[in-house]
Design a protein around this ligand. Structure first.
Ligand SMILES: [Zn+2]
Ligand SMILES: [Zn+2]
Length: 222
C-alpha cells in the first residue's frame, strides 16, 4: 500500500506543497492482547524549485534530505481501539502531538493511521504496523528569480564576491546555488533569498519592488 496526499499553500511569490508518501506493513503481535502499535519512521525531503509560469517551466534549485530520527512507536490501548472512530482518532491525535513529528506531517498521517488502526482492530487480535513515511516539502519561487547563469567558461560570476544577506563568499557556503533577482539582477544564495522572500517582496539591496521594478533605476556598480 503506497499512498500520497498533501496540502497546498499558494502565495504569489513563494508557494509550498506538502505531501506525504505512506507505506505500511502489518505484523501480528506476539502477545494475545487486543492492542495496536505503530512504529513510524519518517524521512523528510525538502525541494526548492524556480518556476517560470509564462513557459510553464520548473527547475529544481535544491534538494535536501533531513536526517531521519529513530522510529517513533506508540500504542493504542484496546479500549480506545474498539471505542469507535472518533474516540480512536482523538486518542491518536493526542499521542502524535506528544511525539517529535512535525505538526504538518501529523495532520497528514493522522487520517491514514486512524483508518488502518480501526480496520485492523476489528479483525486482528493485536497488531504492529510498521509505517514508512516520506514527507516532502516543495517550495516554489514563482517568476522572480533566475539561477545557474554561467559565463562562456562555465563559471558562474556573481556581481559581488559574497552574498549580501549572509555575507559568506559565494562558493564557501553550504548553499551553493546562486540566484539573481529578475527585477534588478542582484545576486544571492538561493536559500538566503528564499528566506527573505517569504517575508518581503523587495530586493534586500536596492529595495526594488519584485513585481513593480522602477523603470529607470540607478543600480550602483559593485
Ligand atoms: Zn547567503
Ligand atoms: Zn536589487
Amino acid at each position: 500500500m503506497y499512498q500520497s496526499f498533501g496540502n497546498d499553500d499558494m502565495d504569489d511569490i513563494i508557494s509550498t506543497t506538502q505531501t506525504v508518501n505512506y507505506d505500511s506493513k502489518m505484523h501480528a503481535a506476539v502477545d494475545s492482547q487486543i492492542s495496536g502499535s505503530f512504529s513510524i519512521l519518517i524521512r523528510q525531503v525538502e525541494r526548492c524549485f524556480v518556476r517560470i509560469n509564462s513557459i510553464r517551466c520548473e527547475n529544481l534549485m535544491s534538494q535536501k534530505t533531513l536526517p531521519s530520527s529513530a522510529a517513533i512507536v506508540f500504542e493504542i490501548p484496546p479500549c480506545f481501539l474498539l471505542a469507535g472512530e472518533e474516540i480512536c482518532r482523538d486518542y491518536m491525535c493526542n499521542a502524535l502531538s506528544k511525539t517529535i513529528i512535525d505538526s504538518w506531517i501529523q495532520v497528514l498521517i493522522l487520517p491514514k493511521i486512524c483508518k488502518e488502526a480501526i480496520e485492523l482492530g476489528k479483525t486482528s487480535h493485536g497488531f504492529l504496523v510498521e509505517a514508512q513515511v516520506e514527507a516532502v516539502k516543495e517550495t516554489y519561487i514563482n517568476d522572480v528569480v533566475d539561477f545557474n547563469d554561467y559565463d562562456s567558461e562555465g563559471q558562474r560570476i556573481p556581481t559581488k564576491p559574497d552574498c549580501p544577506i549572509c555575507l559568506l563568499e559565494f562558493g564557501q557556503s553550504t548553499s551553493t546555488i546562486i540566484t539573481k533577482l529578475r527585477c534588478c539582477d542582484h545576486c544571492y544564495h538561493g536559500d538566503c533569498i528564499l528566506t527573505w522572500l517569504r517575508r518581503n517582496h523587495s530586493c534586500p539591496i536596492c529595495r526594488d519592488d519584485i513585481h513593480n521594478p522602477r523603470p529607470n533605476k540607478f543600480i550602483p556598480k559593485v
